[in-house]
Design a protein around this ligand. Sequence first.
Ligand SMILES: NC(=O)c1ccc[n+]([C@@H]2O[C@H](COP(=O)([O-])OP(=O)(O)OC[C@H]3O[C@@H](n4cnc5c(N)ncnc54)[C@H](OP(=O)(O)O)[C@@H]3O)[C@@H](O)[C@H]2O)c1
Length: 257
Amino acid sequence: MAVGAGVTRHTVGDRVLGASVLPYGGFGELALMEEHTTFAAPLELDDAEAASLYVGYQTGWFGLHRRTSLRPGQTLLVHAAAGGIGSAAVQLGEAAGARVIGVVSGPDKADVARRLGADVVVDRREQDFVEVVKAETDGRGADLVYDPVGGETYARSTKCIAVEGSILVVGFAGGTIQSAALKHALVKNYSIVGLHWGPYTQRDPALVQECHDALSALVSKGLVRPLVSERLASSDLAADVQRLADGVTVDRVALQA
Ligand SMILES: NC(=O)c1ccc[n+]([C@@H]2O[C@H](COP(=O)([O-])OP(=O)(O)OC[C@H]3O[C@@H](n4cnc5c(N)ncnc54)[C@H](OP(=O)(O)O)[C@@H]3O)[C@@H](O)[C@H]2O)c1
């Protein structure tokens, strides 16, 4: 291990997390990292948990506290709540004092969403999330929708968004990039908010560090702890990555040396 010339925030031997520099890759014992996307790993977390406190949690924090402002007592609807991105939003929503409704497919993912702390879990194979959200909010709807799925999931979310609520467009895991019905947004007074975390690492590294500090504080308080369901000493890396792409994994998958 070594630190480059001019690096001041880290020294050899520090336990760190972050992103490796492309195209050099990260599936190895050694990785090349840039100073501004390398952060101190919280002592409370083991290596796999600490490695998980990055993209998903940063994206969640920017979504809930930068692009929108989630307040205690509000209702947060999280799609793909057992997925990599959604699972972080569930924990961060709970940490912010919101009432979290998580949508998943199947009983195993429902268990994961409950373990993450979701107040209400909807199995989309068995229930219509629109009806559940309306029932849970006395017809008012969700104040904030965190949507990494898109397509029909987005379209249905507009049927249970509260007046003056916001829908965070986070991703298109369902494979369809939807169009927004702007007249509906106008008539119902809700906001459609885009969220793309990656550019912040270049445009505003100080804010990304602020986010990491906030996440580390939540970890210290015991309010956030990444769930890592799979810790792989992989023999077939391509197959493992394909399972991620197929949406069949839950919460975090960590590759360990
Ligand atoms: N905006 C940003 O800055 C940002 C940052 C990182 C990632 N993302 C995006 O966020 C999305 C989710 O990433 P992730 O890491 O959470 O992925 P993931 O762990 O694979 O989770 C995706 C989940 O989407 C749900 N889903 C619903 N319909 C699906 C379909 N047709 N095919 C596959 N999955 C489907 C599945 O959950 P259920 O089976 O429970 O429904 C699946 O577990 C991706 O599109 C990614 O590019 C955005």
